[in-house]
Write a new protein. Structure first.
Length: 254
């Protein structure tokens, strides 16, 4: 456990030095500020627009960090050949992978927390109410980000940075279209197409299940049972991807 925390701590420190994180947070601040401006232009809809764009900004920045920083956790170490030095120490490959994931997970949590505090401050300054639904939405945004991080780490254990980014982005998009895939499969006249789309529906993560930003923007709370089920689903899927990443990395030759 101690070695796991050492890897996580090193990953946190290395990633926090990356200026892309500060640029992304600045981007989120600007987007949240833009939501206030748009809200003033729409009579009677300011609160919903501020909430909607604010949550969207937090989600977008968190996912970008998860994908483009996540794919570099392992591939950078391999490309720089520093992985040989690390694995020569008394540390297992599983500890290396999980430590990298935990370190970036901490980075993501800190960034989401910073952006959310700024977002709440924006709501207060505009004279709007803070609804509990916003906290629900941000919690599921965090779960989705952890899941996307696991995707990026999984693909990076056996492919290049470019291919890992492409596959992660593709799976992310498909994950938000799973319901549409099921509908298309049911209406398809081709059995092969129906089988392929149905397989995608069951294999790919249902990321839309974690998306309650629309309800949250309108101040609508979701049931606790749904929140708990969605959270468990996202974390379970992330756990499966991490398990796969550890298995692949253990069997990889360097």
């Amino acid at each position: 456990m101690k070695l796991l925390m050492v890897v996580a701590g090193n990953t946190f420190r290395e990633t926090i030095r990356d200026k892309i994180l500060y640029n992304l947070v600045l981007f989120a601040v600007l987007l949240i500020g833009a939501s206030v401006l748009l809200g003033t232009l729409t009579i009677g809809e300011q609160a919903r627009i501020v909430n909607d764009l604010g949550l969207a900004a937090i989600n977008l920045v968190a996912v970008i960090i998860a994908i483009f920083v996540g794919i570099g956790l392992v591939t950078k170490e391999i490309e720089r050949r520093t992985v040989y030095t690390i694995l020569a120490r008394p540390i297992t490959r599983v500890q290396f992978v999980l430590g990298k994931y935990m370190g970036l997970g901490l980075i993501v949590m800190v960034n989401i927390a910073i952006m959310f505090v700024m977002f709440l401050g924006t709501i207060v300054l505009t004279g709007n109410a803070i609804h509990g639904s916003l906290f629900q939405a941000v919690e599921l945004i965090l779960v989705e980000t952890l899941l996307v991080m696991a995707m990026a780490l999984f693909f990076s254990t056996f492919s290049s940075s470019t291919l890992s980014a492409t596959m992660t982005l593709g799976l992310f998009v498909i994950g938000h279209l799973t319901s549409d895939l099921k509908g298309i499969a049911e209406k398809s006249q081709s059995q092969l197409m129906e089988a392929a789309l149905t397989a995608l529906y069951y294999i790919c993560p249902n990321l839309e299940m974690l998306n309650i930003k629309g309800q949250a923007a309108s101040g609508l709370l979701v049931e606790f049972g749904y929140q708990a089920t969605a959270t468990a689903y996202g974390l379970l899927y992330a756990g499966l991807l991490l398990t796969g990443a550890c298995v692949i990395f253990q069997r990889r030759d360097f």
